[in-house]
Design a protein around this ligand. Sequence first.
Ligand code: ATP
Ligand code: MG
Length: 501
Amino acid sequence: METVEMRKIVKRFPGVLANDHVDLDVRRGEVLALLGENGAGKSTLMKILYGMQQPDGGEIRIDGKAVRIQSPADAIRLGIGMIHQHFMLVQSLTVAENVALGLRSARRPMLDMGTIIRGIRDLGERYGLKVDPNAYIWQLSVGEQQRVEIIKALYRNASILILDEPTAVLTPQEVVELFKVFRQMTADGHALIFISHKLYEVLSISDRIMVLRDGRVVGTVPKENATREALVRMMVGREISLRVDRQDVPLGDVRLTLRNLSALSDRKTPALRNVSLDVRSGEIVGVAGVSGNGQRELAEVLAGLRPATSGSFLIDGVDVVHASVSDRIAAGLGYIPEERMRDGVIREFSVAENAVLQTHGIPPASRSGVLRFGEIRQHTQRLIEGFNIKTPNQRVQLRNLSGGNIQKLILARELTRQPRVLIAAQPTRGVDINSTMYIHRCLLDQRAKGTATLLISEDLDEVMALSDRIAVMYEGEILGIVPRSEATQDKLGLLMAGVRS
Ligand SMILES: Nc1ncnc2c1ncn2[C@@H]1O[C@H](COP(=O)(O)OP(=O)(O)OP(=O)(O)O)[C@@H](O)[C@H]1O
Ligand SMILES: [Mg+2]
């Protein structure tokens, strides 16, 4: 029997029909994947099921019974749990305290922490969700934090789990672990709804795949009948090329130089150790590595968000290692942050304000200290059109855009500034396939125009597709630099595991 039946769900936002008579079914024991381009309406549909948003029309049945889900509390009572695109844990509390949050009820005013800790351990063992109940959230890696979110849902007896892009922030190894957890959950009779932009993940873990486009269901296919090509056609509505042409471009002068750069992690342990590297005009140097080996800190040091403890960072020969963020931008630095929601935008500002976030003080956005709204409007319009950003207009608050469209706005803003040196950290994380191809083309165009690019990415396919050379980081050091012609998965994999060739 169907566990969840959503019928003719309609959801309108000003200027957008986010869900247009959507039907969805999922049964216990199966994984249903939701696939669709950025802004297709996936998160909206799931927020309706979780009671975070109210539909304008349609109905929901759980185990055959019509229900009204007016809040997440209602959803939890019906056995529905949701792991969000952006985590919602309290950093200063422990794992057990986070699980306990909101459990307090009139009947049980005093929570017994011992019971909760035991419960977390039991769930951890049953599903392979290893995490220390007494650790603080800030001490945990992203993958561990996600496990806490899943444990939190399971602790509340969720048997219908919604996972909105859970793999976007995970390393390939962590994805394998997560899928084992999925299999254990479906074997136990849970129903899972899984959202991802990565087709190979969808094809490997799901039983059925439902595709949304512009708020409508295009179709649902059993995994056995699905191919990459067919899914892309369903999502995009036409054939698109999944290839990028990468032309040879002549290398120019060295534009980015790192010399013995060192920095500390948030926990004040050494995170970067004597990193030295040159990137030339017209060159993309990829930085590969298992997450947590200093890539994040490297990007933050270069962006000016984390101090270097020693060493230098030169742009066109000028040391900016101690320069402010705005001086770095003036020196020609572009930065696509990994934590785009935290470091890249102000969600309460409008789309247009975000489009000129660091450049509002300089022409063309302003002249002699006066903002030029016409220029800002035209500039924003160019970004929206060039990058196919889905937004009702420029004036809406950025937080109303879908996750992937926020990413695209940052990319558009940074790339159109024609930076001399570009630091791109995980530039296609959370971005749909069509836009991923587009961003890859943009990075290559930028390279042809002479930008020196440092591409920090955990997606090895992406690094191998774009880079002229690949630097592999391990425990804060660059363990080796491999030219494109010699880069194989095996060779890079060994370096990523810390094996020096
Ligand atoms: N609170 C809101 N106010 C206004 N518009 C919204 C709101 N939430 C979503 N939208 C709009 O609804 C549409 C669907 O957004 P949704 O977040 O469901 O997309 P998605 O399929 O999850 O995309 P992504 O892959 O980028 O996460 C988008 O056009 C988005 O801008
Ligand atoms: Mg979404």
